[in-house]
Design a protein. Structure first.
Length: 582
């Protein structure tokens, strides 16, 4: 049946009657709804808002009229904060409901779904009160929720449209007194500025937020795909108020500005929780704040989606399902080691296995896995936590990082007594991990007996799919690659577009080097060999190096030759061919 000949649904008819929509706009939205791959599960109102045909306020106003429910434009002053506790705080934040006020035995509650009778009945049972409904947009409810005292989850969808607008400049004088800072940090402009900084970072896919005081301004930079980009600059006198707001959210001491502090924040964004890890550090111009964004939606915890070549993946899978031994993942900070380990744990965690981790800090919370946080302030170090964990009957153990001899010895002892142990080391390649353990003081024969495999990895930037183009490199570059045994037929790069911030790259992928400890290598390790000797045996066993795996991804059009050389270190032939000085 032709859509144009049908009568619009009830919502569409109401919006047309109010003059908010035209018949053609309703039909366009219905057409898009039917074309959705999910079978049209997206609500018509959501599609109308996405298309920009009407606002959430207009839709809710019509729905409220249809269901005979009052519609209200919420403000914080309409909410009696003494009534909030009639519902559990977690329930309020999870369901986006807002108790407004209580008169005699009737509780007035704001909802964004006035038709949700089940929710209304649930509120009635929880409170044992008569419930009267007021319709309000989810945006208004979130804004008021943000300002609630002692909120454990900070809802940050309500952001300022322009970060340099009038709201930001309402605070006109520098703040020196701690009391003033605490007061200003709770005012709406500062809250909205912090919300905007966090929201924009998540939207841009940033892994870290740097909030830095400089001489003339407060600078905000985002780390995206491993590189820092300036996001915005605001007046420098806001630095204390912004830092205090973040400290309040993270449960930190706002009166302490002389010492570094760490905290953790849980925020709600688009109905999903995102964890933020906060670190402050005093500088000569004020405190610098770095926020690590831990967004599980932006990170895949499935091994098959982390960029492994098929041969590397198969070898890694065989070793992470072994009954015992040590599996190490190595690389510098920010190379994706923790993500790979979490994905490996996801692969082996079952109801039949007791999988335990010792971490500092816990980055992602995983189902079916017992995760323990190191508390060095009270003496619970990696090595002590690991020794205690061995009495918890574990099958698989993950140690966040082997930092010292004691932790290394305990991990090896666990592997030799029948446990499968995962951990990380900071080394440049897989073969260096063996000599690093020896340098820590661990006997070579113990390493040879316990070690199963070492995975070294780096993250390289992907070519932006929107502005990808083939190009012809210098002839000398082709010749240099051929001499090295890496002939590549087609070279691709990104020329830059709005999607990739004119960098030519969008997203990152891993390159890997997998050292599998064979029986021959175990015998050699006992004699404490050099790194060169270990590499020679590994190459004879068919190990693919980081650079070789990277060149394979260049051949597949995933990344560029320059990106591989940047992360793996340039070789002379290619440096000369590209004109690089190294």
């Amino acid at each position: 049946m032709n859509i144009s000949s049908t009568v619009p649904p009830r919502l569409g008819r109401l919006l047309i009657e109010q003059g908010y929509l035209t018949q053609q706009e309703v039909e366009a939205a219905l057409t898009q709804q039917k074309q959705l791959p999910s079978g049209g599960n997206k609500l018509l109102g959501e599609i109308l808002v996405d298309l920009g045909y009407c606002s959430e306020d207009q839709i809710l106003e019509c729905l409220a009229s249809e269901y005979g429910v009052p519609y209200a434009k919420l403000e914080s002053r309409l909410c009696d904060h003494r009534v909030i506790d009639v519902l559990p705080r977690e329930y309020i934040e999870e369901n986006m409901v807002l108790p407004l006020f209580l008169i005699r035995n009737t509780l007035t509650v704001a909802l964004s779904e006035p038709s949700n009778l089940f929710l209304v009945d649930e509120i009635r049972q929880l409170t044992q009160l008569d419930v009267q409904i007021v319709a309000a947009t989810s945006k208004d409810i979130r804004r008021v929720l943000t300002a609630l005292p002692n909120s454990k989850v900070f809802v940050i969808d309500d952001i300022i449209e322009d970060s340099e607008g009038a709201d930001v400049t309402l605070i006109e004088e520098a703040i020196d007194d701690i009391g003033d800072v605490e007061e200003v940090a709770g005012q709406s402009p500062v809250i909205r500025l912090v919300n905007y900084i966090i929201f924009n970072a998540v939207k841009e896919g940033a892994s870290d937020i740097h909030i830095e005081p400089s001489e003339r301004c407060m600078r905000v930079r985002y780390r995206i795909d491993g590189r820092l980009y300036k996001s915005l600059e605001v007046p420098v006198h806001l630095i204390n108020a912004v830092t205090s707001r973040i400290k309040i959210m993270g449960g930190m001491d706002i009166s302490e500005r002389r010492l570094p502090q760490d905290g953790r924040i849980h925020v709600m964004l688009e109905k999903r929780k995102i964890d933020l890890r906060v670190s402050t550090f005093p500088t000569n111009r004020g405190e610098k704040t770095v926020i690590r964004v831990l967004d599980t939606r932006a990170v895949s915890l499935v091994l098959e989606e982390l960029g492994f070549a098929e041969d590397v993946l198969q070898g890694f899978l065989e070793n992470i399902t072994a009954p015992n031994g040590i599996v190490l993942v190595t690389g510098p900070t920010g190379s994706g080691k923790s993500t790979t380990l979490y994905a490996a744990l996801n692969n082996v965690s079952t109801m039949e296995n007791n999988v335990c981790t010792v971490e500092d800090p816990i980055e992602y919370y995983l189902p079916l896995i017992n995760q323990f946080q190191v508390q060095e302030r009270v003496g619970l170090t990696f090595s002590k936590a690991l020794r205690t964990l061995l009495r918890q009957d574990p099958d698989v153990i993950m140690v966040g990082e082997i930092r010292d001899e004691e932790t290394a010895r305990t991990a090896i002892q666990a592997a030799l007594t029948g446990h499968l142990v995962f951990s990380t080391l900071h080394t440049n390649d897989a073969c260096s991990a063996i000599t690093r353990l020896v340098n820590m003081g661990v006997e070579a024969y113990l390493i040879g007996a316990a070690l199963n495999t070492v995975l070294a990895q780096r993250l390289v930037r992907r070519i932006c799919p929107k502005c990808r183009q083939t190009y012809e490199p210098p002839r000398t570059l082709r010749k240099a690659l051929e001499r090295m045994g890496y002939p590549i037929d087609t070279f691709q790069k990104g020329v830059g577009c709005r999607r990739c911030r004119n960098t030519g790259f969008s997203g990152r992928i891993g390159i890997h080097e997998l050292l599998i400890v064979s029986d021959e290598l175990r015998d050699v390790i006992v004699n404490n060999p050099s790194v060169a000797a270990i590499r020679q045996i590994a190459a004879r066993d068919g190990m693919i190096t980081l650079r070789q795996d990277g060149f394979r991804k260049v051949r597949e059009g995933i990344t560029t030759i320059e990106e591989i050389l940047h992360v793996t270190g340039e070789v002379r032939d290619v440096s000369e061919a590209t004109g690089s000085t190294g």
